[in-house]
Design a protein around this ligand. Structure first.
Ligand code: UD1
Length: 420
């Protein structure tokens, strides 16, 4: 299994290209199942999760083919010939569960493995199922699989989410696009990736209003057509590299990063002493002076993202003073704490909050990556630490970050991937 070795203490300087958003690319690929025409997506990131989604679509009979030579443009299209999403794929990537909506909407039946728990919490799917039931779908549990049927077309319905769910909003938005009549999604998630999905659905002939708000109104259509769509830049990759510039005490230009997608991330980083300037073509991130302990609480967008919590904690572990980092989305997303503490951080977890007492510097150590964002938090810690850090089990990293070691090395980091 690959490992990443970092020798810390070098300020980063240079430019990093921000790729297309993973969390937009995956639902957009699923939206490609809604039509037999070709949906061409560009700015697709080169990630293991995108490969897994391609495999899943192929399993359903939908072809995913490269267009041109840039390796970042995919064409999706074809008839759905198989309605089963197998356990071996769904357990690897939770976003696979999103195929439930389009399978029911297009062919009226689906057999999708339950995703099960994952490292960061239990992650139920009841909101997806309840919403689809309101639209006329019927489900039964069969040997770890959800068997779904929608006799006739799905019907429009008013769905009020009891709390914000990104996945359920996406699943129902996709399904509602082809349903009979009007669907209202109230208390919907407002993440930029959902706006990107809705924008693409509209370009495919979907009729959606309220895009970017917490109330999406969808007038179902009988048929959607092909389109071309460019995926938005990844705001979590942006925030992660902003933390890299900050923890190393350097300055990095993040090409194609967009300030307006960063929500509370930019405010929180600025409060902590990180300079973030909008410049033509991207964002300039610098840390000139010390970092200050700053609190953060994860919330749905535009609040501070749960996907930035681990990286921000690494940064706060070397800030002056204390900070409190509170996780409200997932119950078990502090696995990086123990690893950061092995590097000399002083972090205590009390329930859903972690108290981080800043130390002057971290010390390199062998550490274990436990999930995708935790992996990046350990790389950040390694960049800011004295000595050598070896991050083990980096396969999580490859699910969601493209060429991390190459991007950081190009800015002067002493970092390399060791195969094995
Ligand atoms: C969540 C994050 C998303 C992040 C992703 C991967 C939020 C609101 N969502 O999206 O930003 O990119 O993880 O880290 O920040 N829930 C239920 N029943 C359901 C669905 C969800 O109880 O049917 C709960 C979850 O357990 C969680 C909350 O709702 O506590 C939000 O979950 P949801 O947004 O659906 O999760 P993801 O789509 O995975």
């Amino acid at each position: 299994m690959d490992r990443i070795r970092i020798r810390g203490g070098r300020p980063l300087a240079g430019e990093i290209q921000i790729g297309g958003a993973k969390n937009a690319a995956l639902p957009l690929m699923v939206a490609g199942m809604l039509t037999e025409d070709r949906v061409v997506l560009s700015n697709v990131p080169k990630l293991a999760d995108v490969d897994t989604m391609s495999l899943l679509l192929a399993q359903h009979g939908v072809a995913v083919e490269p267009v041109g030579n840039d390796g970042r443009t995919l064409s999706i299209g074809g008839a759905i010939t198989n309605t089963e999403a197998p356990y071996d794929i769904v357990r690897k990537m939770r976003a696979s569960f999103l195929v439930l909506g389009p399978l029911l909407a297009r062919v009226g039946e689906a057999r999708v493995s339950l995703p099960g728990g994952c490292g960061i919490g239990t992650r139920p799917i009841d909101l997806h199922l309840k919403g689809l039931e309101q639209m006329g779908a019927v489900f039964e549990l069969d040997e770890g699989y959800i068997n779904g049927r929608a006799p006739g077309r799905l019907r429009g319905a008013t769905i009020v989410f009891p709390f914000v769910s990104v996945g359920a909003t996406e699943n129902l938005l996709i399904a509602a696009s082809l349903a009979d009549g009007q669907t209202v999604l109230a208390n919907a998630a407002r993440e930029p990736e959902i706006t990107d999905l809705a924008t693409c659905l509209v370009a495919m002939g979907g009729r959606i209003t309220g895009i970017g708000t917490d109330k999406l109104v969808v007038e179902g259509v009988e048929r959607l057509h092909g389109t071309e769509h460019t995926i938005i830049p990844d705001r979590i990759e942006t925030g992660s590299y902003a933390c890299a510039a900050a923890i190393s005490g350097g300055s990095v230009f993040l090409r194609d990063a967009r300030l307006e997608h960063l929500g509370a991330t930019v405010r929180t980083l600025r409060e902590a002493g990180v300079e973030i300037l909008e410049q033509p073509g991207g964002l300039m991130v610098k840390r000139l002076n010390g970092l200050h302990g700053t609190d953060a609480m994860t919330e749905p967008y535009p609040g501070f993202p749960t996907d930035m919590q681990a990286q921000f904690m690494a940064l706060m572990s070397v800030a002056e003073g204390a900070s409190m980092v509170t996780e409200t989305i997932f119950e078990n997303r502090f696995m990086h704490v123990q690893e950061l503490n092995r590097m000399g951080a002083r972090i205590n977890v009390h329930g859903a909050s972690a108290i981080v007492r800043g130390v002057p510097s971290l010390k390199g150590a062998p550490v274990m990556a436990t999930d995708l964002r935790a992996s990046l938090s350990l790389i950040l810690a390694g960049l800011g630490a004295k000595g050598e850090t070896m991050v083990n089990r980096v396969y999580h990293l490859d699910r969601g970050y493209e060429a991390v070691e190459r991007k950081l090395a190009a800015c002067g980091a002493d970092i390399e991937r060791i195969g094995g």
